[in-house]
Design a binder for this molecule. Structure first.
Ligand code: UD1
Length: 381
């Protein structure tokens, strides 16, 4: 079937997914678009940036999301190769689709690649999760965020800091729409289904008596010595609570070569798992005593689940998770990590739900699209 045949509706929204953290952001928006078939038609394009079943297909099943209409199958490569491959493959698909709007989410290479193709073809771009800044330009995601925001027409933000950042970069206020966090829509929709899986018990873990660990940032996992120091820094926590570590493919070789990881695993203090599906992972987080991570999205999910989160980075682009939520930025210094863990044991965490993280974000996004399209139509009539 050609892409043109798939998009009969009046306003054609083409949503892009590429990597694992994109699926749970696009799913609620597509579901919301589908409730207004008289106004919108929806096409999903998967760039294929993530292609392993455990990083990709399982999410469509878990999130009850329609399978992609088109898969560009670009796969892995250097940043330039991957970004260029997405652009070259996406351009003819976008032309054929004659979409009215391209919706991109987050900060992965697929996000900037598809936004750039769309803007040059004169197609409107909406960026969901706009304006977040770590102010660390060594992170590939920071470059993707800055550039995507500069070329997008509609910027949907999750927290107040994002609007401040965008305004400071000269983005006009009328492009910015504070709608809340769409990933939390997915979390609230699926939390009970996730809990029902009883994943901790199924894995032989006692709820509330283990820690979850995730690591995949290049700055933490690409260099063997850095990774080794980080695992050693986590050993005091591992001696108190088993660390459960679903290992991202990027991190796999590093773990296999790490003497500290091998020692902890031998003593049963580190439990290595393959990447989990969305529901299983939410269930695992929800049952944990503490979560240790360098992911962005997990800082947000733990805030809503009320699970203490220690972020193993020097900064966060999601400051509301620190000011309102359960997140503490500890970097990779062993003393800071241990001190933060002792504080968690002494004082129960208190978390307030950040404004508009209420499960209604997709509705607000699609309401905004409806208004924008209606105004456009009136202008051109
Ligand atoms: C990407 C995103 C990152 C996001 C992360 C979530 C960018 C710049 N980075 O990082 O922001 O937090 O996804 O997972 O877009 N690989 C596989 N199977 C796959 C995909 C990748 O084995 O399905 C391996 C390959 O060896 C690849 C490596 O993982 O080279 C890294 O993949 P890549 O897509 O480049 O970036 P991530 O580290 O996954």
């Amino acid at each position: 079937m050609s892409v043109t045949e798939l998009v009969p509706g009046p306003f054609k929204v083409l949503s892009v997914v590429g990597a694992r953290p994109n699926f749970m952001k696009v799913a609620p928006i597509v579901a919301q678009l589908q409730t207004r078939p008289d106004l919108f038609s929806s096409v999903i394009v998967h760039t294929g940036q993530h292609y392993d079943e455990k990083l990709s297909k399982v999410f469509f099943d878990d999130l009850a999301m329609p399978m992609p209409d088109v898969n560009l199958n670009v796969g892995s490569g250097s940043h330039a190769q991957q970004t260029a491959a997405v652009m070259a493959a996406f351009e003819p698909v976008l032309l054929e689709s004659r979409a009215d709007l391209v919706l991109v989410v987050g900060d992965v290479n697929s996000t900037i690649a598809c936004a750039l193709v769309a803007v040059k073809l004169g197609v409107k771009v909406a960026h969901v999760e706009a304006g977040l800044r770590s102010f660390d330009r060594t992170m590939p995601e920071e470059i993707n965020r800055i550039l995507t925001d500069q070329i997008s027409d509609l910027l949907f933000t999750t927290e107040a800091s994002a609007e401040d950042n965008l305004r400071a970069e000269g983005v006009p206020a009328d492009k910015i729409h504070f709608v809340g966090n769409v990933m939390i829509d997915a979390l609230l929709t699926h939390r009970e289904r996730a809990r029902a899986l009883k994943t901790p018990t199924a894995l032989g873990l006692q709820p509330g008596a283990y820690a979850v660990l995730t690591l995949h940032r290049p700055s933490n996992v690409d260099d063997a010595a850095t990774f080794e120091r980080l695992i050693e820094a986590l050993s005091p926590i591992a001696n108190e609570l088993p660390l459960v570590f679903p290992v991202h493919p990027r991190t796999r070789r590093r773990v296999a070569d790490s003497p500290s990881a091998a020692r902890l695993a031998e003593r049963g203090r580190l439990r290595l798992l393959d990447p989990l599906g969305y529901l299983e992972f939410i269930a695992l987080l929800d049952g944990s005593r503490v979560t240790l991570t360098d992911s962005g999205g997990i800082q947000e999910e733990t805030t809503i689940l009320g699970i203490p989160c220690l972020t193993l980075r020097e900064n966060t682009e999601r400051p509301v998770t620190v000011t309102s939520g359960t997140n503490v930025i500890v970097g990779t210094d062993p003393e800071r990590i241990t001190a933060a863990w002792h504080r968690i044991k002494r004082e129960p965490v208190t978390a307030a739900r950040p404004p508009l993280w209420d499960g209604q974000t997709a509705r607000r996004i699609v309401d905004t699209l409806e208004t924008v399209f209606t105004v456009d139509q009136q202008r051109s009539a």
